[in-house]
Ligand binder design. Structure first.
Ligand SMILES: [Zn+2]
Length: 303
């Protein structure tokens, strides 16, 4: 049996997964401690210990906000601020005799969908993109997740939007990361609402999609524009890694209307105009974090 942990700013969720059929057989959830790293580490270990008491465990996989800088081994970019600069993975490894591995939540989406979800028939590669509050991504190549030298593998949310044109895309927009016209400002759920509000009275993404379904001309045009932005973003990635399948997760991925539009526009944004890469909705929903984490040590050849 495998342990998978999904660690975010509000909760730490831990599961036991059967590696053969991807079934979750135990699930535990606690609030993320707000105070200190010491308290956080103790709480995470409590979850692991409680799960290890329930079954024979082969490995522990951790999906966590932020990433590990290979050069320093320390956490960076986590929105649980006290985690940054800590040797979180080493601290866990020194506590357990079985393999422990860690990656970020977008990578866990890619792993879970590649192993047992929307990209499970892919034999070599997939790209997963989260289009939720923010925009992140994960890349599987040759059956392994690409963390990268600086933990930045798959972080496509903060590349500039390809073909940015103020006539089409509105005024330049500064991202919290310091760059201008980041993909996240256009293809996240927040970006979908932001670009709508440039021309229209503000609405939520759900309201805009409801208007789309009702045939509202402005909403139809906006969803088409959004699909165009997403096809531009994905097209540049196809030109680099040409994955077998693209999987979308996060809030906007639940809108079925975007899939045929993005698939249809993708080829126009790649070098070969005959690209037919399938773009699919993630299948594991909220469980992608724990499942992807659980599969991680296996994917890394640690067990
Ligand atoms: Zn940015």
């Amino acid at each position: 049996m495998l342990i998978g942990l999904d660690i975010g700013g509000t909760k730490v969720e831990g599961v036991i997964v059967s590696p053969h059929d991807a079934q979750v057989v135990h699930r535990l959830r606690i609030d993320t401690p707000k105070t200190s790293y010491i308290e956080f580490l103790a709480a995470v270990k409590e979850v692991i210990d409680a799960l290890m008491a329930k079954a024979e465990i082969q490995s522990i996989g951790v999906g966590c906000c932020g990433s590990i800088n290979r050069a320093t081994g320390k956490m960076q970019g986590a929105n649980i601020l006290y985690l940054n600069g800590e040797d979180f993975l080493d601290d866990l490894r020194s506590s357990y005799l079985i393999p422990v591995a860690l990656t970020n939540d977008a990578n866990c989406l890619a792993i879970s969908e590649f192993k047992s979800g929307a990209a499970k028939e892919a034999t070599d590669s997939c790209l997963a993109v989260i289009i939720g509050t923010g925009c992140g991504g994960g890349v599987v190549i040759h059956g392994d997740i690409v963390d990268g030298q600086h933990g930045l593998g798959g972080e496509i949310g903060h590349n500039p939007l390809p073909g940015f044109d103020p006539e089409i895309d509105g005024p330049a927009v500064k991202c919290y990361c310091g760059s201008f016209n980041c993909n996240e400002s256009f293809v996240s759920g927040t970006g979908f609402e932001r670009t709508w509000a440039i021309k229209h009275a503000p609405l939520s993404a759900k309201e805009i999609f409801a208007a789309y379904v009702a045939g509202d001309a402005n909403a139809v045009a906006h969803v088409d524009y959004y699909a165009d932005c997403l096809a531009r973003v994905l097209g540049t990635i196809v030109n680099i890694i040409d994955p077998e399948v693209i999987v979308l997760g996060g809030g906007v991925s639940n809108q079925d209307a975007i899939y045929p539009l993005v698939e249809q526009k993708l080829a126009a944004n790649t070098f070969s105009k005959s690209v037919t890469t399938p773009v699919r909705k993630a299948q594991h929903g909220d469980s992608s974090g724990v499942l992807g984490a659980a599969y991680l040590p296996m994917m890394k050849g640690l067990i």
